[in-house]
Design a protein around this ligand. Structure first.
Ligand code: ZN
Ligand code: ZN
Length: 394
């Protein structure tokens, strides 16, 4: 659209006889809706440029008169117009004005410190039942020489002369909106409003130093790899001796030689000789508690007996309620013992003779093998039945 075709009054939503105050109010209202800082949509940005142009012309009595006469008031300006001022600049131009009114004042030298994270490896038993550990941590701590103030002993910060202690200096820009006054952090004092003429030698004026210290960490029962334990106020001390952040201890659970863990469920696998699986036996299984040092006579079970019934199949699972890992919110998971039957590999002549004799008695000298749908119909059998009904008997 050529500029000459624009109806500037329509753009601002005002009538041709609007007074200066009405024009200003209309633009202020539109700038609130359309400024790129508020609404980054490209179409809206284009509209904002047009509206800003309309305001520039209509707010200037000479340009407005020229426009009303049908003259060319646009000139070569164009692209980017109005975009050079931030939304805050525009709003400040309308609402600000008092020096320092919109200032935030000097920024404080002291800030809360950052949170810190350390990783800690624990055994499966310690993760399950909880443990208290001494831990060495390396964080920023308060400088004891200056107590966080950052000044050499006997000295103090002095007010900055450049900004007179406000931490900000005013910059004035001329624009179609009139004078736009913005406050920027003072470069002499970096916005603090004060200068430290003689910094503490211990901390170079930062108010904190790095130190290694020992802390006691209580890991609750039921944690798993990735669990973070929060220690309030044990993180980094902030700049200027600001309050410390928190320390997070991230738990990593070491692999266990017997048990694997899945949430609160423990798994272990025991391998049995073929004969024991066939005849039945009693197995002694260690408990997770066996890993934890117990005082004498603590009454904690370090092992228990698992009754393996005669004819136990390889791969069969035995679930033992409440022998797994305690949950973080209470309760305790199960232990699942999987039995694997070990087929003997090296037979002496006597053993082979006995096995052949057993095979003969059981009629197993030339077994046909079981293809998976013997005793029960098996998975495929059940699916087929579901789709076709029971197999036809002919
Ligand atoms: Zn210091
Ligand atoms: Zn300053």
């Amino acid at each position: 659209m050529a500029d000459h075709d624009l109806d500037l009054y329509a753009l601002l939503g005002i009538s041709q006889d609007a007074d200066a105050d009405t024009i200003k109010k209309a633009y202020r209202r539109l700038a609130r809706q359309l400024h790129p800082d508020v609404n980054p949509d490209p179409e809206t940005q284009e509209k904002f440029k047009e509206v800003s142009r309309a305001y520039e012309i209509l707010s200037d009595p000479q340009k407005r008169a020229a426009y009303d006469r049908g003259g060319d008031v646009f000139g070569p300006a164009g692209a980017g117009f109005g975009a050079g001022f931030s939304f805050t600049d525009i709003m400040d131009a309308f609402f600000g004005g008092q020096p320092g009114a919109q200032g935030r004042g000097p920024r404080p030298r002291s800030h809360r410190g950052q949170d810190a994270l350390i990783r800690m490896e624990v055994s499966l038993a310690d993760a399950a039942f909880g443990v208290t550990r001494e831990l060495k941590v390396d964080t920023a701590v308060l400088c004891t020489t200056c107590h966080g103030e950052g000044t050499a002993p006997g000295t103090h910060p002095v007010p900055c002369e450049t900004c007179r202690g406000t931490g900000e200096v005013a910059h004035v820009q001329r624009s179609f909106l009139g004078e736009i006054r913005t406050l920027r952090p003072c470069s002499a004092c970096r916005g603090f409003g004060t200068l430290i003429p003689d910094p503490c030698r211990e901390c170079s004026g930062d108010g904190r130093v790095r130190a290694r210290r020992s802390i006691t960490v209580k890991i609750p029962a039921g944690v798993d790899t990735g669990t973070r334990v929060q220690l309030a106020g044990q993180g980094e001390v902030g700049p200027g001796g600001g309050p410390p952040g928190d320390l997070y201890v991230e738990v990593h659970v070491a692999p266990h030689p017997v048990f694997t863990r899945d949430g609160t469920t423990l798994h272990c696998t025991v391998t049995l000789p073929m004969t024991a699986a066939a005849l039945g036996t009693v197995l002694t299984i260690p408990t997770l508690e066996a890993d934890v040092e117990q005082g004498a006579g603590s009454g904690v079970e370090t092992e228990f007996e698992l009754d393996v019934k005669p004819g136990t199949q390889s791969g069969s699972e035995h679930t033992l309620r409440g022998r797994g890992v305690p949950g973080l919110r209470g309760g305790r998971g199960d232990l699942v013992v999987t039995v694997v039957v070990d087929t003997p590999t090296r037979l002496d002549p006597r053993q082979e003779e006995l096995l052949r004799e057993l095979a003969a008695i059981r009629g197993e000298e030339k077994p046909s093998g079981n293809h998976g749908s013997g005793r029960s119909a098996g998975m495929f059998g059940r699916i087929r039945d579901a789709f076709n009904g029971p197999p036809n008997r002919q």
